[in-house]
Design a binder for this molecule. Structure first.
Ligand SMILES: Cc1cc2nc3c(=O)[nH]c(=O)nc-3n(C[C@H](O)[C@H](O)[C@H](O)COP(=O)(O)O)c2cc1C
Length: 197
């Protein structure tokens, strides 16, 4: 499915090591002439780390999408009643956000956007990036995999020797995953190995 003029929410949560890969995908979406609506979790909006600062991320996001990100719960809430997104992606999705989403918790702009969007029976895509994917969060990922209208960017163990519980999505597969999710189909295979590091 052509992504031109599709309204795509990109919700960033606090897996900061993934942001460079996210920006590559935002550029691809701009090239495909999709209309991207960025949304930031509170952690994304506030945490400065060795990977960068919120000011740097927001500037880059503005440059790539032409939009100011949604950064508050009341800013994300209209996604429900206005129903203006065709599809929403949590990219990257932390273990924290996956756990809350699977358990119906709505206390960040990203979770508000997800809840609001799901009420409209439209596809939500998760691009997981968490060190506890095969640990404490495996049950939550399982719940989400088995939930209506939720699809996953294929993921795998990114470094099984040093981080045996870590699961990270192959963000380069975002666009084909979106194209299929817009037709309410899951891109397969959903489990995809990483090359041995
Ligand atoms: C430098 C840094 C990197 C982090 N990377 C990850 C990560 O890759 N995956 C993850 O699940 N949490 C990661 N975290 C922890 C989350 O940022 C933290 O759980 C936060 O509460 C997530 O909130 P959010 O899900 O609302 O964005 C990282 C934290 C820091 C400071």
């Amino acid at each position: 499915m052509d992504l031109k003029d599709k309204k795509i929410g990109i919700a960033l949560t606090g897996s900061f090591c993934t942001y460079e890969k996210v920006f590559i995908e935002l550029q691809k979406l701009a090239d495909a002439r999709a209309e991207v609506y960025p949304i930031l979790s509170d952690a994304s909006r506030t945490i400065t780390s060795r990977f960068g600062s919120p000011e740097q991320y927001i500037e880059k996001i503005r440059e790539l999408t032409g939009k100011d990100p949604i950064t508050c719960i009341e800013g994300a809430e209209p996604i429900g009643p206005k129903g203006f997104l065709d599809i929403l992606v949590i990219l990257p999705c932390t273990g924290n956000t996956a756990a809350k989403l699977a358990n119906g918790i709505t206390d960040t702009p990203v979770l508000m956007a997800a809840k609001a969007h799901l009420r409209n029976n439209k596809p939500l895509v998760i691009s997981i990036s968490t060190n506890d994917g095969l640990g404490m969060n495996l049950k939550n990922i399982g719940l989400l995999c088995n939930s209506k209208n939720i699809y996953f960017v294929p993921f795998g163990q990114d470094n099984y020797e040093k981080k045996p519980n870590s699961l990270v999505a192959h963000t380069a597969l975002l666009i084909p995953t979106l194209e299929m999710a817009l037709e309410h189909r899951q891109y397969q295979p959903i489990l995809k190995d990483y090359e041995r590091l």
